[in-house]
Write a protein that binds this ligand. Structure first.
Ligand SMILES: [Zn+2]
Length: 460
């Protein structure tokens, strides 16, 4: 709950300029959209309104925001049960009616398919070689679609379960010795997809046991151990750190001609050192002053099966306002259309126009996965909190620019939660001096690492 409140606080801060009715109007518009990213934005708007309703002690606003949270949250498969309970308490006379279930008819009338799945995944556990998926209701046969394929490109056998159900949480990687990769996620709004990948063939059996789906996985690997890997240990988490710009692209050039590409590379290397010392697997998109195309950076992270992708940049403004603008900001990828986000993004995007053409605007929006947006948002909050917490202990006047969303091309295509950190304004005299100071950079990197650690501790 503390986590939720903090999440809300951040949104309230980022929305400070708009009035309650303006936000409500915007959210009510967004919720009608069929795009999931709009749904997510609506959801966030309602959540910030909810916090405002607590602060302003307004029951009317609280009911309106709770209704919105419940409605959009359901569409996004987010667990909104606590909000729903509170809403019911507030509206005892008028019975709150759930959004209608959409029933889609095929032209063949003998087969009617319910689009909205009422089954929910409760838990995922290992029982020796068996992966047990527990649901809230008994499963039927036609709810499970199992198929196998060979992925030629990655040279892997894939065993795929599509299950007509929804999950309460985000996608997850389930590790098991002897198996290359096991991934579970919401493939479509009403379909869960479990993908078991391996370089060599494996034997898969499955059976339904009341509310459980039990999947027996037998790898042929001789190295296979009997013990199972706990998923929350650092050494099984892979972090890809991306120091922005490099080589022919200096990034922003600021106070005393300090260059962004150098500053961010130093911070990235500090972060790498700290994370490694804490047991994480760390990879860098560049470890020296070299030009790397934007699209290659996320491709690299995908190839490494990274759990998170952290891109590090420094901000800049024109000379006229250079003395005034400073602060640390963390962005997560979303199709935000706010002018400010666009401005920052266009600066970070400009180095590599070919990538923009490659993706195009529409496919960019399609690439966004709402589970990743939500996880990226959480990661951004943890990283931002970590940095501010560490720096505030040692330095005065460090400005919290907050967590923001924006259309950053370097984050497009990342298949894992990803954030872009603007470590400060290289054009601000005081902040720039700090950004070239090793102790300041070390403290900041330690804060980032703390944030990453907190993120992993909270996402299980
Ligand atoms: Zn940059």
């Amino acid at each position: 709950m503390i986590r939720y409140l903090l999440l809300l606080v951040v949104f309230v801060i980022s929305l400070h300029a708009l009035s309650n009715s303006e936000i409500l109007k915007r959210a009510d518009g967004l919720i009608k959209s069929s795009s999931q990213s709009d749904q997510f934005r609506a959801y966030n708007d309602y959540k910030s309104l909810y916090l405002r309703s607590i602060m302003n002690d307004s029951t009317k606003l609280k009911i309106n925001s709770l209704k919105g949270i419940v409605k959009s949250g359901k569409k996004l498969h987010i667990d909104i049960s606590t909000y729903e309970k509170e809403l019911k308490k507030l509206t005892p006379k008028k019975k709150y009616t759930k959004p209608k279930q959409i029933v889609k008819k095929r032209s063949d009338t003998s087969k009617k398919i319910r689009i909205r799945s009422s089954h929910k995944l409760k838990s995922v556990t290992w029982k020796e070689n068996n992966l047990v998926l527990s649901f809230d209701k008994k499963l039927t046969n036609n709810q499970i679609n199992y198929f196998t394929l060979y992925d030629n490109k990655n040279k892997r056998f894939k065993y795929i379960f599509d299950i007509h159900a929804s999950m309460l949480n985000k996608s997850q990687n389930l590790r098991k010795d002897g198996i290359s990769r096991i991934k579970l996620g919401q493939y479509k709004p009403n379909t869960l997809r479990l993908v078991i990948e391996n370089r060599s063939k494996i034997k898969i059996n499955f059976k339904k046991e009341s509310k459980n789906l039990v999947i027996k996985i037998q790898s042929n690997s001789k190295k296979q151990k009997t013990s199972f890997t706990p998923v929350n240990l650092n050494q099984y988490k892979t972090v890809v750190i991306d120091a922005g710009h490099g080589g022919k692209d200096p990034g922003a050039v600021g106070y005393k001609k300090y260059r962004e590409k150098i500053v961010v590379s130093k911070i990235a290397n500090e972060l790498k050192k700290i994370l490694k010392s804490r047991g994480y697997k760390v990879f860098m998109t560049r470890d020296r002053d070299k030009f790397v195309k934007l699209s290659r950076r996320t491709k690299f992270a995908n190839k490494k099966n990274a759990h998170i992708f952290v891109s590090i940049h420094a901000n800049a403004v024109g000379k006229k306002i250079a003395n005034k603008v400073h602060g640390i900001e963390t962005y997560f990828l979303s199709p935000s259309r706010s002018e400010r986000a666009k401005k920052i993004a266009s600066k970070e995007n400009s180095a590599d126009l070919s990538d923009m053409n490659l993706y195009g605007k529409n496919s960019f929006l399609n690439l966004l996965n709402h589970h990743n947006i939500l996880a990226s948002n959480k990661l951004a909050i943890d990283v931002q909190r970590g940095m501010l917490g560490a720096l505030n202990k040692k330095y005065k006047g460090v400005k919290d620019g907050g967590v923001r969303e924006g259309p950053f091309w370097v984050l497009v295509g990342a298949q894992m939660p990803s954030v872009l950190i603007e470590v400060g304004f290289i054009t601000h005299p005081k902040e720039a001096k700090r950004l070239v100071d090793n102790n300041y950079r070390k403290t900041m990197a330690r804060g980032m690492a703390d944030g990453i650690q907190r993120y992993f501790a909270n996402c299980k």
